[in-house]
Design a protein around this ligand. Structure first.
Ligand code: P6P
Length: 370
């Protein structure tokens, strides 16, 4: 059904989502959420661009540390609050997880006066759970390197209301864990994913499970315009995108494949180039556009790599697969992994199908050499 929509290239994101809702009434609430994402990403784009002005209040560090133990830059906090506020007012969201939050936070909540607890009030109006990294790669902003917002949207099929005032701690903890479990879903449960890249242009790329659609922000009218419907990643490539400084610590199969690509002795017989900007959204966007393999594999220092499953690996894997690419840990499809904790890390190798298959086969050979 989405195909009918993509014929009208040049439409605004708003018009695109209205047409999707007309053709797919069951997606109406989901398209409402994209209205909030549209607004938030325009505002974040403006914050990022203005953050380098001398008059800007958003330069430098917030002075706090986030759940990852990373110094929170002011922009991290501003963009996190901005996205939460925009999503909250859709009235359709339940528990959401953010890189900047210690534990998942409710969006439709009531103040129970309990400090530090997981305030979850999900009712029948709650349709979705959203997980996001509000400004991935934010440490690059001061250097003018692209950054991005990454969003994953799950259906929330269970309502739960926890009356903290009238149950004991244990019961509350058990109910919280059950509700939290609704956030911890595998990527195969994603109903939509999106990223917004703040770079030479501002690109909003999304999938609703039926192809990948790329919008570019036209700042003269303040609207995202459909620029590339049905994006398809080239099946083979000659670009790899890894932090090669970690090469000595990688699994043997990963090291072997990259060395073959570098020498031109891999499956394609082509010598690869290396392109890496250290900002996932920029590296993934280039990979989608030109083909290639982007990755942050596990290594001896970090067996699960550095990237987070819920709000980096899984949403980007969904987009990559919807564009005809693949996303693996080396031994497992990224989208099939169910997180056990909110900020779980996952090794990620994603991109052009034939090149990622070469990585998977290398891991298989290493696991069963005879
Ligand atoms: P490294 C940014 O900090 C980030 O989370 C991703 O955007 C990026 O792909 C990765 O880390 C870069 O990590 O260790 O290569 O600097």
């Amino acid at each position: 059904v989405l195909d009918d929509v993509c014929e009208t290239m040049g439409v605004t994101l708003t018009r695109f989502m209205n047409e999707v809702a007309m053709l797919n009434p069951e997606l109406k609430e989901l398209t409402t959420i994209f209205g909030a994402i549209d607004t938030a990403c325009k505002a974040i784009s403006n914050e990022v661009k203005r953050s380098q002005l001398p008059s800007s209040e958003t330069l430098g560090y917030q002075g706090a540390v986030n759940a990852q133990g990373e110094d929170q830059k002011k922009l991290d906090v501003i963009t996190n609050d901005l996205l939460k506020r925009a999503l909250r007012f859709t009235g359709r969201l339940g528990v959401l997880a953010s890189e900047e939050e210690d534990t998942p936070v409710d969006v439709i909540g009531r103040s129970t006066g309990k400090s530090g607890s997981l305030e979850i009030v999900l009712d029948e109006t709650t349709d979705y759970v959203v997980c996001f990294d509000p400004l991935d790669g934010s440490s690059n902003v001061d250097a003018g390197i692209p950054t991005g917002t990454i969003i994953g949207i799950f259906e929330h099929d269970e309502t739960c209301e926890i009356d903290f005032d009238n149950i004991g701690e244990d019961e509350a903890a058990e109910q919280e864990a059950r509700c939290l479990a609704n956030t911890l879903q595998p990527g195969t449960n994603l109903v939509a994913a999106a990223y917004c890249l703040y770079s030479s242009s501002t690109f909003l790329t999304l999938t609703l499970g039926n192809g990948v659609y790329m919008f570019t922000l036209d700042e003269t009218i303040g609207e995202f315009i459909l620029a590339k419907p049905n994006v398809r990643i080239p099946e083979s490539s000659s670009i790899y995108s890894f932090n090669e400084a970690n090469l000595d610590y990688w699994d043997e199969p990963m090291r072997e494949v990259v060395e073959r690509w570098r020498e031109g002795t891999g499956r394609s017989g082509v010598r690869f180039s290396s392109r890496y900007i250290g900002s996932m959204v920029g590296d993934v966007h280039r990979t989608l556009m030109y083909g290639g393999v982007f990755g942050y594999p596990g290594d001896t220092k970090n067996p699960n790599g550095k990237l987070r499953l819920l709000y980096e690996g899984a949403p980007m894997a969904f987009i990559m697969e919807q564009a005809g690419g693949l996303a693996t840990t080396g031994t497992q499809r990224v989208m099939e992994i169910t997180p056990e904790v909110v900020h779980q890390r996952v090794p990620v190798i994603m991109g052009s199908k034939n090149d990622v298959i070469e990585v998977i086969e290398c891991y298989k050979t290493a696991a069963a050499p005879f």
